[in-house]
Design a binder for this molecule. Structure first.
Ligand code: HEC
Ligand code: HEC
Length: 409
């Protein structure tokens, strides 16, 4: 019944469509041509997103594979190996349309079913036509997405979500006391409204969607995103100064927001545009530090780098293995360490399992920016040479109640 209704509707559109497919009009239209006109061309012309966009945020659309004529479309798909002439039902283009996430959403599911039925019917018909099967290769440019495969893979929603979990979600505790449902959050919600809640407990995907929906990410100007501007006091923030521009969390979030913004704007054109894999991964540990410092450091930007002892070389490692940046308080600062790890190294494996550095000999190097101004949005400027160093021989403690103390006075 539904099918019949659709056909009637489509018949009306078909007369319009014929204008666009003049070359078919000359010969007698085959059943495959009819299907193409009535069911494939509407997909080509539609402004609505195809089912592909349930997983691909940009860079590919089903209509990228369609040409205004049935013949060109078939040959273009055939020449790219997307049609299997021996077993048309198993054609690669149909496999792509059949792909669906574990929990598909209702609207894309309806589209997917329509697209699949249309392409299946058309390809099975067209693949029977000896004239099309045996036609020489298409001499025009093949119809395919403008972006290369590497960019298409990069622009997948699950890839962006994976990066979100690694870079943003992992650091949520820095904001969670006020921004995740709970007693303190309830008090703020009463005063400032539901918007204060932007962390969905145990659900990174929903949190990512919520950040987008609430307009906390700025696509055109990623550095102006409220997610960065509020906690650095570039915009008034009731929660106060929570991040120093350029600090460890800020950098991780900036990297993710910039990648997100460019991805959803279809801003990566070539494979070379894609971000390069980092030589170092960062991880928020459970190692808390209490830095005891002189009163005169209050309001200064303070960066603490930790360098491990290299036994084989008999000196401190050149690369820091942990760091944190804070604004100094009257007596010092409390902070959680970020670990910087070479992927696959023994320290990386240890850290992944324990959220901690292994015990050993370390040197704390402390850098100050004494002219730092809160809210200016400018990154602190640190001298190359540390302001102060402290040698440490320690077992790292875990958890906020159980911190290692580094005394500078
Ligand atoms: C369930 C999610 C999902 C849907 C829906 C989906 N894709 Fe993909 N697509 C993927 C994944 C995952 C990859 C990456 C595969 C890999 O890395 O090997 C991919 C990769 C691709 C590539 C790159 C080449 C390749 O094979 O890796 C193209 C082109 C592509 N998809 C086209 C499409 C088209 C066209 C549609 C819609 C008809 C679509 N996809 C629908 C998940 C999906
Ligand atoms: C001590 C409580 C507290 C902490 C911790 C806190 N905030 Fe806030 N934040 C607030 C309150 C209250 C508001 C609502 C009033 C306002 O906009 O200043 C707010 C508002 C915001 C908003 C605007 C939300 C909207 O939709 O209008 C953003 C974005 C934000 N905070 C980001 C952060 C980030 C990022 C962190 C952690 C790095 C953080 N906050 C930590 C209390 C806090």
């Amino acid at each position: 019944m539904r099918r019949k209704g659709a056909w009637l509707l489509v018949a009306a559109l078909t007369s319009l469509t014929l204008l666009f497919v003049a070359d078919v009009g000359a010969k007698e239209a085959t059943p495959a041509d009819d299907v193409f006109r009535s069911r494939i061309l509407p997909i080509f012309r539609s402004k609505d997103p195809s089912s592909c966009t349930e997983c691909h945020l940009a860079a590919v659309e089903l209509k990228d594979y369609i040409r205004p004529t049935a013949r060109d479309t078939f040959l273009s798909l055939r020449d790219q190996g997307l049609i299997d002439l021996e077993d048309p039902a198993q054609s690669r283009i149909l496999e792509l349309i059949r792909m669906k996430p574990p929990k598909p959403a209702p609207l894309p599911s309806v589209r997917r079913a329509e697209e699949l039925a249309a392409f299946e019917t058309w390809i099975l018909e067209a693949a029977r036509d000896p004239e099309l099967r045996n036609a020489p290769p298409l001499e025009k440019k093949l119809a395919r997405p403008k972006r290369p495969d590497a960019v298409i893979r990069h622009a997948r929603k699950s890839r962006i979500l994976g990066a979100f979990e690694e870079l943003v979600w992992a650091d949520r505790e820095r904001c969670a006391s006020c921004h995740r449902p709970g007693t303190k959050n309830a008090k703020w919600v009463k005063e400032f409204g539901e918007r204060v809640t932007w962390i969905v407990p145990t659900d990174p995907a929903a949190t990512m969607d919520l950040l987008v929906d609430h307009g906390l990410l700025n696509r055109k100007n990623p550095l102006k995103s409220l997610l960065l501007a509020k906690p650095t006091l570039q915009k008034k923030h009731e929660g106060g100064m929570k991040l120093v521009p350029g600090d460890e969390t800020y950098e991780r979030w900036r990297i993710w927001i910039e990648d997100w913004a460019r991805t959803v704007s279809d801003g990566y054109k070539k494979e070379q545009d894609l971000p390069v894999a980092r030589a170092e991964v960062s991880l928020l540990s459970d190692n808390f530090i209490k830095l005891v410092s002189p009163k005169s450091w209050k309001g200064n930007a303070v960066r603490l780098d930790i360098h491990a002892w290299d036994d084989a070389a008999g000196r401190w490692e050149d690369r820091r293995c942990a760091a944190t940046t804070r604004v100094g308080g009257p007596k010092g600062a409390m902070a959680r360490l970020y670990l910087y790890l070479v992927p696959g190294s023994e320290r990386h494996r240890f850290a992944l399992e324990k959220q901690s550095l292994p015990s050993g000999k370390f040197q704390a190097r402390i850098y100050l920016d004494r002219k730092f101004k809160k809210g200016s949005g400018r990154e602190p400027r640190f001298r190359k040479k540390p302001y102060h160093t402290v040698d440490l021989d320690l077992t790292w403690k875990m958890g906020i109640a159980n911190r290692n103390v580094i005394a500078t006075r």
